[in-house]
Design a binder for this molecule. Sequence first.
Ligand code: GZL
Length: 327
Amino acid sequence: MFKKITKAAGALALLATLAACGGSDSGSDGGSGGGNGDSAITMGFSQVGAESGWRTANTKSIQEAAEAAGINLQFSDAQQKQENQIKAIRSFIQQKVDVIAFSPVVETGWDAVLLEAKRAGIPVILTDRAVDSEDTSLYETFLGSDFVEEGRKAGQWLVDNTEGPVNVVELQGTTGAAPAIDRKEGFEEIIAQRPDIEIVASQSGDFTRAGGKQVMEAFLNSTDDIDVVYAHNDDMGLGAIEAIKAAGLQPGTDIKIITVDAVKDGMTALANGEINFIVECNPLLGEQLMDLAKKVVAGEEVPERVVTEETTFTPEQAKAVLDERQY
Ligand code: GZL
């Protein structure tokens, strides 16, 4: 049985430098079910989908880290559908895996299935995104970024690097997803310092490149008075670049672009001056996840919240690190 988190211990947010994490072995998915006397731990992992470069890097990190840790990984891709994640979690419960980990596509609607896992005695680890459940006993820990802080960093760059009236269009992430909700909250908190900065349009592009392009085309058709794009991830920002170019405008110059993630394609556009600022959101969570899983299965105490350390990049900084980026 796994231990409950004490509130005191839970209050402890362990700052961990993810740079040290980043498995390098080829991952494996599948493996025998847990609880069958096999000494190796079996983890059931439900992934959001494959919607962005960030997600691809996150999946690779998890698969490589499981391989390196000797953990049998039962991996499921939910194709960005909550019902698929719930089905996968129920399947993991039936398989009697030793631990369940998942990145909840949206914040709400998880209590019932997490209660089923708790009653089955299977510990759950949240990774990447959070749930809004009041009952924190439904999961052991949450490993991932502070998305509100990411939004604050994006807003602060805009406050510090623009003057006079600024019209912003916002490409939101998946509706109801923690990063979408929180990156919006943090950004708005900071730009409130500048009454002359206004979000004149805001719509979800679902964290995809195609979604970002489609929404940006609509924004460009509705007004020619856009100064800045704030995209909740690089992929939607890259889609917006395509739309801006198709409209005969120069991204990064005629319309400035701020994004979040810092995946290779985003960092390349940043180095080229087509994006002006990127807030990092590190996807390399695999090694920390496997360490937490081993502790949880062994009944050891783990912090209720493990926050990943992240930075920001300007074009000059992107040029300096582009070649060494892992994803
Ligand atoms: C953030 C993650 C987000 C990324 C997007 O931790 O959940 O989902 O920012 C991804 O690129 O689709």
